[in-house]
Design a protein around this ligand. Structure first.
Ligand code: NAP
Ligand code: MG
Length: 504
């Protein structure tokens, strides 16, 4: 293990320059600005609890300025009526700049969120680059249709030309969480910008730094001012006035189901379009023909990736009783073997959770699990070191009727449960209010295909878990959300359809 000061000494020059700014400013129109009311939020490094920076505590006045900047940029057509090929070119240029600064962004993400920089470089930053490239391509492929119409109440000799046109929905409020700060911001910005929308982005208060760095790259790429605005601040002071602002045409939110419901209600008051990507309690189902060794390795990845702070984490593990003891034993070995450490340490596989509050919440659930009678097979609480580290934890239980089985924990905690037959497991897999992801582990094609339609989940993986792709829509059934991020479906949600009917 290396001391934090040694790790900081090896940061990329760009990261050091960025962090040398003790107070960051937010981007409104073409100005990098402080909050109108002058307040600041502390940004904490979860690996050692030190304050790494301060960002403006944005409020209603800042939100209003940002929405007006985005509105002006939308209404005057500097972005919405730019040639599609120009929008594509700028998005590709942004992707190139993110790729150029991949190490800096990965280090910023690591220091701010806690995750391992090496993983952040490949996943958070690498996937962001590819995602912007994928969405850049859509800018030049937006199309409506020509329609043959009948208009039965008009005289037979009348003729019509009818078509649909796609138009950008307008000004978008993008509100994002702290688990993948850069990547989830990209999930919103990519399709919005490809469609011709302008955006006000509000990053989570715990992890605002990569969004601010991205703002610099957006400027450098040459996007017109006002097309992307970034307001830092907390949910009640900045997020709430943003989503309720009458100048917003669409809200795209990723976060908790609780806040998502609030935002959905507020959006309905203004008829604001809304996409909600919310929580999950995703099952992983191991059939009796599966290889228990592969299933255990898969389960470890499904729950411990990003310290379990993944909305589609495989947090309920259903294993056929024939393999149960073996899979649990192997999974416990994987859990105990994960190297916990500072995100900047190249040896680290598991960093700290994002905040003290989150670590306490997760440990609270671990205590609840014990009280409810679940058995601890690995981990079981805080790691013995400063920072918000929680040990990867494996519970076993015979029953689903536990809070740790029903409620989203959003940490490195999995509950493994045995089952007897496939009807039983299909029913139990669906038995939570959520429906984001699910995975099936089996090579029996017939049974796999029969099980896929029975699972109420926005994504079903087979022999993998947490595999996402820019081309594949991602979102939830039931309380896991409304609408989809990624893929063509996401682009469509940033477009209005206009029907044009001409009497000839
Ligand atoms: P959260 O508390 O819902 O916060 C998400 C964002 O909403 C943050 O930027 C937050 O601001 C803001 N916010 C809070 N209250 C608000 C309000 N009243 N009006 C407008 N904005 C408000 O969620 P979180 O704790 O950051 O993230 C964890 C949750 O996100 C988990 O439930 C997880 O499952 C879910 N998630 C879902 C997906 C998905 O794609 N389905 C992906 C990742 C995470 P501040 O944090 O700055 O206060
Ligand atoms: Mg932080």
């Amino acid at each position: 293990m290396q001391a934090p000061n040694e790790l900081f000494a090896r940061l990329a020059e760009g990261t050091r320059d960025f962090l040398a700014q003790a107070r960051h400013r937010m981007l409104i129109g073409q100005d990098w600005t402080e909050a109108a009311e002058g307040g600041w939020l502390e940004v904490v490094n979860p690996a050692d609890e030190s304050i790494i920076a301060r960002v403006p505590a944005g409020g209603a006045a800042d939100v209003d300025r940002a929405v007006r900047a985005a509105r002006a940029a939308f209404d005057d057509g500097r972005w919405s009526r730019l040639r599609p090929s120009e929008r594509q070119r700028l998005l590709l240029r942004l992707a190139d700049l993110i790729e150029r600064d991949a190490q800096v962004l990965a280090e910023i993400e690591s220091i701010d969120n806690g995750k391992a920089a090496q993983i952040a470089r490949v996943v958070d930053v690498g996937v962001t680059v590819e995602f912007f490239r994928y969405m850049a391509g859509w800018a030049t492929k937006i199309e409506g249709s020509t329609n043959e119409v009948s208009v039965p109440f008009m005289p037979r000799e009348s003729e019509f030309f009818a078509c649909t046109k796609k138009e950008p929905v307008g000004v978008v409020a993008a509100v994002v969480p702290w688990n993948f700060p850069l990547l989830v911001a990209a999930w919103k910005l990519g399709p919005a910008l490809a469609a011709g929308c302008t955006v006000v982005l509000k990053p989570a208060e715990q992890t605002p730094l990569s969004a601010l760095y991205l703002g610099r790259l957006i400027e450098e790429a040459g996007f017109p001012p006002g097309v992307v605005n970034i307001v830092t601040g907390d949910g009640p002071s900045a997020g709430a006035p943003l989503v309720a602002h009458p100048g917003i045409d669409k809200v795209s939110f990723t976060g908790s189901t609780e806040v998502g419901k609030l935002i959905g209600k507020v959006a309905m008051d203004n008829m604001t379009r809304v996409t909600l990507e919310l929580g999950g309690k995703s099952p992983m189902i191991v059939l009796d023909d599966a290889d228990p060794t592969l299933a255990a390795a898969g389960a470890a990845q499904a729950i411990f990736f990003n310290h379990g702070q993944v909305c589609c984490a495989g947090s309920r593990l259903y294993v056929h009783k024939k393999h149960f003891d073996r899979v649990v034993a192997d999974l416990a070995v994987h859990a105990d073997a994960l190297r916990i450490g500072h995100g900047l340490d190249p040896e680290t596989q598991l960093g700290p959770l994002v905040s003290r509050e989150q670590a306490e919440r997760v440990c609270g659930y671990i205590d609840i699990g014990r009280q409810e009678g679940a058995r601890v097979a690995a981990g079981g609480g805080r790691a013995d070191r400063p920072g918000y580290f929680v040990r990867p934890t494996v519970f076993t239980s015979e029953t689903d009727a536990l809070r740790i089985v029903q409620e989203e924990i959003f940490g490195p905690v999995v509950v493994a449960m045995p089952y007897d037959d496939i009807d039983e497991v299909a029913r139990r897999a669906n038995d939570t209010p959520y429906g984001l992801g699910a995975s099936i582990w089996s090579n029996d094609l017939s049974r796999v295909h029969r099980l896929i339609p029975r699972l109420k989940a926005g994504t079903v993986w087979v022999n993998c878990h947490n595999v996402l792709d820019a081309a594949m829509p991602f979102g939830g059934y039931k309380l896991s959300g409304f609408g989809r991020d990624m893929g063509r479906q996401s682009l469509e949600s940033y477009l209005e359809t206009k029907s044009v009917i001409m009497a000839l």
